[in-house]
Each structure stands twice: as C-alpha cells, then as structure tokens.
Design a protein around this ligand. Sequence first.
Ligand code: NAD
Ligand code: GLY
Length: 361
Amino acid sequence: MKTFDVDLGARSYPIFIGGQLLSQRQLLAPYITGQQVVVVSNETVAPLYLERIQSTLSEYDVNTVILPDGEQYKTLAYLNNIFDALLEARCTRDVTLIALGGGVVGDMTGFAAASYQRGVNFIQIPTTLLAQVDSSVGGKTGVNHPLGKNMIGAFHQPQSVLIDTSVLATLDDRQLSAGIAEVIKYGLICDEPFFGWLEKNMARLLARDEEALIYAIERSCRNKAEIVAQDEKESGVRALLNLGHTFGHAIEAGMGYGTWLHGEAVAAGICIAAELSRRQGWIDNEVVGRIIALTKAANLPTQPPAELSLARFNELMSVDKKVKGGKLRLILLKGIGEAFISADFDPALMNASIKACRESQ
Ligand code: NAD
Ligand code: GLY
C-alpha cells in the first residue's frame, strides 16, 4: 500500500492507495470521531460495495443515503436527500460522512459535510478512476446549477482518502477513459516525464494492469497534493488544475449534464486549449500532435460537439469561476508540463480554435 499526506497544516490528511482496502478497518477507524456514520453512495455503487463498508464499520451506528446515479442529480434538490437522512437519524456534530462513489457522490457528500451544522467530518472512498486521481483530493465540494457547473459549493477537506484500486474492476471502459483524461492533465500541467510514461503505457492502463494503475493514481495524487498544499483555495497555482475545464464545463452544461462525461469534456477542452496555445505561438505542431495522439490513444474525444454553437460556448464560458473583472482567464500551455494561466490571449483565436477543433478529423 502507498501512503502520503496532503500537507495542509492542521487540515492535513492521508491518502491510502492499494488493492482490497475497503475491508481494512484500521484505515478508517482513526478518522471517525463519534459513533454515528452516514455512508452516502448511489444506486449503482451501493449494490457493489456498500455491504463491504458496512461490515468493516460494524462497530458504528451506520446510516446510508442512496442517491440516484448521474451528473444530472448533482443538484441542490438532491443534496437535500443527504440533509433529510442526517436529520432523520438525529446526527450530531460528531457524525462522520463517508462518500462511497465517483466524483458526483464525492462532491455532494463533501458539500453536505461542509454545511451540515456548519461543518462535520467526512472521508472520501472514491470508486471511479476520475475520483481516485482528482475529485477525492483537495477539498473542492459542491453541486451544479442549470446555468453553470459546480457553481455552488465550498472548500472542505476530508479526514482521509481511501483509494481501493480493486473497485475499478467493475468500472466500464468509457468511465475508465474519462478518468485517464484527468491523468493526462497532470502530465501536461507540471510533469513532462509522466506524460512520456503515459505515451508508453497507455495500453497497460486501458488493459487495467494493476501496477500501471497504481503508479498512475499515485503520481496523479502526488501532483495534485503538491499543488493543493501550495494553494488550497485557488488564489493562484491551483487554477492550473483546470486545464481544459473552461471549455469542458461549457460542453457538459451545453449538452445537458450527463450527456458528455466530465472526463470526455475535459479531454476535448484540453485539445482546444492546445490548439489555442499553438495559434498564440506558445507551442508548436509537434506538441499539439502528441497531445491529440495521447488523447486518442486513451479513447477520448479530441473534438467538441458539433451541436454546440460558438455563441453558446461563449455564453457558457462567461460564468466560469476563473472570470476576473469581466475577463475570461484560461489555462494554456507553453510546453508539455508547462501550463500557465492567461487572460492575455486573443478571443478571436480562441473562437477560431474551437471551430478548428470541431471541424478537424
Ligand atoms: P460519476 O460520479 O458520475 O461516476 C461515473 C459512473 O460510474 C457513475 O454511473 C457511477 O455510478 C459509476 N461508478 C462509480 N464507481 C463505480 C465502480 N467502481 N464500478 C462501477 N460503476 C461505478 O463521475 P466521475 O467521473 O467519477 O466524477 C465526475 C464528477 O466529479 C463531476 O461532477 C465533476 O465535476 C467532479 N469533479 C470534481 C473535482 C473536485 O476537485 N471536486 C475534480 C474533478 C471532477
Ligand atoms: N479539479 C480541480 C481542482 O481540484 O482544483
């Protein structure tokens, strides 16, 4: 098992990564303070793994909340299901919430923990690759609004993150690829050697080779932990983790939440960001070619959907959380492993890049 900390002073917490961790009581018990535990999951993950967690936690008073499955339910209305359960079980401030699921369950459980009685503890048990490499680490929690993705939320760090790679066996191939989009992101932002490793090892990841998966998860989480430790609340460097996300969020909201997977939308968004960086003269054709080739090798889309007009793209991007003083800021590239935040791009080139990516083969 691999273990390391997200270093945030008093709010530091460990990440555990390995196979068959769900049944290891000693990895959960130290992070549960009271007797009450509420496990939040969804109707797909609960039948697969809830019983295992319940038996690991048999010494606690465990209640469960089963949410409907899907990004379209990541809303304030469905968040209320969690609050209803917490209040019905008369949960006090020492309750511990456990998120057992993908990023949707993790973001909703985290936000419920951030706001129930003004803040209670929670533990992340991510069950998708995407959640294992990204959403379970760093304390961003929240829900969507019809006018914008993740627009309502809070920063609230978990007590621990338990990454059991065995649960990836039941994940379908499309979801596995969606997770790989966020893995590629780390290589592009700050870790060129990792990008090179991915170019060589993509087939092993797609074949779910355990050693390769654990390596990619650990390296991704270490990269994220380092960035979060420098800038917990995204006043600077953490924004780099949003490479491809401004375009991606517009795709997700514009197509209707759940139509494009988050990771798929991020993959197409990264390709647009690369094309814009090329048109600005910051990277060359070869770099763009490597990014597109790796994205394709991961069975991810490189083009935004034809249905989303430029006007709609721009409208959706105008509510991005990185907009400052009315000006959109984007994460762009000066090379592989060299992302930077910029308001200093030509909007005409941005629109041309979206168009070019949409029309490319
Ligand atoms: P998801 O939570 O919708 O899970 C994808 C699908 O896989 C769902 O149908 C789920 O039920 C199913 N599933 C989960 N685990 C499974 C397993 N082990 N076996 C079989 N099926 C399983 O989506 P996701 O890709 O995990 O997360 C996307 C969400 O995460 C988005 O809402 C995105 O905004 C958010 N996100 C948050 C952060 C953050 O920092 N908080 C970062 C990245 C993404
Ligand atoms: N997924 C972006 C972040 O955690 O900051």
